[in-house]
Design a binder for this molecule. Sequence first.
Ligand code: IPM
Ligand code: MG
Length: 352
Amino acid sequence: MKICVLPGDGIGPEIMAEAVRVIEALDLKFEIEEALLGGSAVDATGEPYPQATAALARTADAVLLGAVGGPKWDALPREQRPERGLLGIRKDLGLFANLRPAILYPELANASSLKPEIVAGLDILIVRELTGDIYFGQPRGIEMRDGERYGYNTMHYTESEIRRIGRVAFEAARKRNGRLCSVDKMNVLETTQLWRDVMSELAADYPDVDLSHMLVDNAAMQLVRAPKQFDVMVTGNMFGDILSDEASMLTGSIGMLPSASLDANNKGLYEPSHGSAPDIAGKGVANPLATILSAAMMLRYTFGLEEAALRVEQAVKRVLAQGYRTADIHEPGTTRVGTKQMGDAVLAALQD
Ligand code: IPM
Ligand code: MG
């Protein structure tokens, strides 16, 4: 059981240190090896996804990632930007299925920007296609045409790409409350008309799942109007990127949300849904819980260690119940802690 750990940039190394401590405390005999991704990799090797990292990531069973990016690297050519490293590893490992749960912990109901009655008990799973769509489509670029700059990207999906992510979503819905909402923009975009058609065809194989369709603009609205109407949502790479950030805010803090990106064999890359937060990097105040919960997803999806996954998730619930809060979720009457103290609290809760 080999885990490739990629701390990344910004708060990445700080939050990863806590997740690694949690994994080690489980005493499950994982082999953990570290490598560079993103800006730190660019600084060391000139590339955001270096060969050595690719070699390790390909042989590991799972990859645990902190976060990448920061203003320091924003001016670099696009191929060298940290984000390219992230897209590169997702594509290289064939991680087409991105699972982003948005769960509201009852203790954090006040941290949400929505009224408690709108979000109480919220539990949504966003299934985002991760290796296709306009994020990877060719041709793309910025060039001179007719005397002015011209920017272009290409949105496309094959039916097999849609079908495989559709199956992941239908299966997930089947294990949850049996409701799947497929999000598209079929009133304007042909690619997403195909998306809707293929999802509808798949529904025949899942009679126990109730499939509905929604246009992405409406979905964005419904997510803040009545988010609990959703169980599982499935959508393409770009819409999923946007809607998953929106959904995360319903829960109070993006600092709480884990994610899993899986290939067809449950090899996965696990990372918090949030970014590298350069503004608080190095200050020891970042919330490590999303990364710790990502490690729990890894135990569950790649290693099939459901019991260990639950143990970690219970420990996180316990520290919230005990009143420990990092700055992003702090409110009066709770105990404000830093990154490392939050890790300590989780470790203590694990032993209970
Ligand atoms: C995410 C991020 C990435 C994405 C960026 C950093 C490339 O926003 O994981 O959602 O767009 O996929
Ligand atoms: Mg995003």
